[in-house]
Design a protein around this ligand. Sequence first.
Ligand code: AKB
Length: 318
Amino acid sequence: MKTRILIIGANGQLGTVLTHSLQQKYGVKHVIASDIVRKKSFKGLFEIIDATNFNALQSIVFKNKITQIYHLAAILSAKGEQDPLQTWELNMKTWLTVLEVARIHQIEKVFYPSSIAVFGASAKKNNTPNNAFLDPSTAYGISKAAGEQWANYYFTKYGLDVRSVRYPGIIGHQSLPGGGTTDYAISIFHKAVLKKPFICYLEKNTKLPMMYIQDAIRATIEIMEAPKDTIQERTSYNIAGISFSPLELYQQIIAVYPDFKTTYRPDFRQQIADTWPCSLDDQAARNDWGWKPQYDIKKMTRLMIDRLEKKYRLKTNI
Ligand code: AKB
């Protein structure tokens, strides 16, 4: 059977880059991007979709002969706290719709993005183990933890091959921040490149697990391509990249822009970050399907600055 991939939430931070990578790998005709609106700049096959609508999702899967689904649509941690019930409703409804459509249409593989937000105050802060107790502190985290259990349920009960990683904060230059607690680590680069001061909503020593977007995309594709019997964790896998605090990131940036200024004004996002791990133990992912990050803080900083400088230069030339 030919691989036909559906990406739900293709306009988001991960979706944009993942769609491009999958198009390159499988060919443009084999990848169907979907979201609630189509971006003018998008190139390739696209379906407008509301993933809470079972019939709409089912007919797109059927029409396009889909064999794999990457489900990326979600409301993130900080935005999610503005309306916790709607966050639960959207995150769970879309996920259960995807699982049910995948079961009925015998989809070969499904990807589920979990998050470090599944961990709460009870989990060990440093090198948080894969199987730490989950007591999430946000509506987003609660939905992700429940979603992991549903992934395991569909695998155990119906044999649906669902694979999942717990993303740390993802740092990329391709899109603007989208409501996460870790997003300061994207905004700071935009300010630095635009030569503007940055106000950080986290305290300077709050260390969180982070990852450069290319590592996150590679992890996603690698877990999906791993032989089925290597996937031992059917809830989700910790994947570690880089752990750093706002101050440590600032120190990397001033090596390039010595005049760059940051001040710290913690807000409600500080309380969220305080319940999350500082670093993750990702031994299970390393052992089972060979996960290994490639970007450290220095390499990531140089790339972010280089790419954003090009992006803004291009814009001012227009
Ligand atoms: C967020 O901050 O909400 C996300 C995440 C860690 O899942 N980036």
